[in-house]
Design a protein around this ligand. Structure first.
Ligand SMILES: [Zn+2]
Length: 501
């Protein structure tokens, strides 16, 4: 940013006395009744975020008026302090805050990667949907600084009646099926599954895959108890080719939403960077939350708060991946694991409490943010033999690799089947010993199952960050569902999106 521009921005900000209210969740004057300031329609603002680690340049591109507003009509200043970004709308005349919503974006994650730290800028499109204001509003986009405080990065007056605001119906070749109808969109969570990588011949397969994912959702608490709070839509636009792009395998497909594996350079990270395609297709159905269902047997997915969840449909673990990623995108949950490969550096800076409801740095008197849910008698932090777990996992991996190498070498030397088998069997006693130690540890920890405490190892960090339970869908694909803290966070989000009813 040049000095002149910085000065202009400062001036613009100085004229915003209510700016402190951009932070969702902060107390402020109650928002006016919905119908007083908003029409029953959706305004989509298409932004471009050009970012590296140090800079964020935000520009507003097209404005579009879309179908009915599916979101809540009360609680327009959302009660959660989630997301690295927030969009706020202010009344021009009174500076009154009309609407505020936190969100995340792939650009926010990119900023923590090594290329971004080296100053490599990348541009990401992102359409944000808000209720359509009846009059001009001031739009403020804010981004978290290193202390997690929201700082404005974009301020602009927007006139929703301006002639350049596009008013296009959804494309004619997008088909919407209402899979479950429980009530008016304003009173329910409107969940839209968007088809990706299904050709015109695969429409029935898509419908089956949606049912498969829904069966998993309704079998999992708290969704099982909240089923009637949801409307569900299946949104289909045929892809020219079946499957999904996987650049590292040299595989490229022309698909409806342009999703791709290898997001941020990771094998299993599956997202789309064609935001325009996704938003345009999704505009055909009322939606509070989107799931990109990808026609592939590979393991993978991704989920970004207030953006969308993506999951493949046909891997043996796809149902769990869907539930996990939907936890991110819908309920703002964080990753509780700390062992898998990620592209981020310093994703949660030391000494700072993560925003996510299921992660804590235990900074405040050693109490987690979920203190009210902690099981009676549990120590904080909660010992869980983390060192023993890491030792056993590492030993198991090393031994398996050693065995594989020994067998491969013997094969190269032309050894026969019987000799190879004997060689592999030779490793068995040591493997069994480790398995026995793992089982013994699991038995010792059995009393902790289902309990809430603060277990060290979470948010991509083995030390310094804590998760609520031994097991959770946000921690691993092991048996079981969400931990009580994640269930509580999901429940609160469902009630909010349903307008508190
Ligand atoms: Zn959890």
């Amino acid at each position: 940013m040049n000095d002149r521009l910085a000065a202009v921005l400062l001036l613009a900000l100085a004229s915003l006395p209510a700016l402190a209210q951009t932070a969702p969740g902060l107390p402020g004057a109650a928002p006016p009744p919905f119908a007083e300031v908003f029409a029953d329609a959706t305004l989509r603002l298409d932004f471009t975020f050009t970012v590296d680690q140090k800079t964020e340049i935000v520009s507003l591109d097209r404005l579009r008026v879309q179908g009915p507003w599916a979101g809540p009509r009360t609680g327009l200043h959302q009660p959660f302090d989630y997301g690295r970004y927030a969009i706020s709308l202010y009344d021009l005349a009174t500076n009154r805050l009309l609407y505020a919503q936190g969100f995340d974006g792939l650009f926010g994650e990119y900023r923590t990667t090594t290329p971004a730290q080296q100053g490599e800028k990348r541009a990401y499109r992102r359409g944000l949907c808000v209720p359509l204001p009846k009059a001009s509003v001031r739009v403020v986009l804010a981004s978290r600084d290193r202390a997690n405080l929201l700082q404005p990065v974009f301020v602009r007056t927007v006139d929703p009646q301006a002639p350049e605001v596009f008013r296009l119906p959804p494309p004619a070749d997008v088909a919407v099926t209402a899979v479950q109808q429980s009530g008016a969109p304003a009173d329910k969570v409107d969940l839209a599954f968007v088809a990706e990588g299904y050709t015109a011949d695969d429409r029935a397969a898509f419908a089956e895959d949606v049912e498969k994912m829904l069966a998993a959702l309704w079998a999992c608490e708290p969704y099982a108890s909240l089923r009637d709070r949801f409307n569900v839509y299946a949104v289909f636009r045929a892809s020219q080719e079946r499957g999904v792009s996987e650049p590292r395998q040299g595989r490229f497909r022309r698909t409806a939403v342009g999703a791709s594996f290898n997001a941020l350079g990771l094998d299993r990270y599956l997202l789309t960077e064609d935001d325009e395609a996704l938003r345009t297709i999704a505009s055909a159905a009322p939606h509070d939350t989107l799931v990109l269902l990808v026609n592939s047997e590979r393991y993978g997915g991704g989920g970004i708060y207030q953006d969308y969840a993506a999951s493949t449909a046909d891997h043996a673990l796809s149902r769990k991946v869907f539930l996990h990623e939907f936890g991110h995108s819908f309920a703002g949950l964080g990753d509780e694991y700390f062992t898998s490969e990620v592209a981020y550096n310093d994703f949660y800076p030391a000494g700072q409490e993560p925003l996510e409801p299921n992660l804590t740095a235990l900074l405040v008197a050693g109490r987690p943010k979920w203190a009210g849910l902690v099981s009676a008698g549990l120590e904080l932090p909660t010992p869980w033999e983390q060192q023993e777990r890491d030792r056993l996992t590492q030993a198991m991996q090393e031994l398996a690799a050693e065995r594989q190498q020994a067998v491969a070498k013997a094969k190269q030397e032309g050894k026969g089947e019987a000799e190879l088998k004997a060689l592999a069997d030779g490793f068995q006693p040591r493997l069994e010993e480790l398995a026995k130690a793992q089982k013994a540890r699991a038995e010792r920890l059995a009393p902790l199952r289902g309990k809430v405490g603060a277990f060290e190892g979470a948010g991509y960090a083995a030390k310094g960050l804590y998760r609520p339970s031994l097991e959770c869908l946000m921690f691993s694909n092991a048996e079981g569902g969400f931990c009580p803290v994640c269930q509580d966070a999901i429940l609160r989000m469902v009630l909010h999106v349903c307008g508190g009813r």
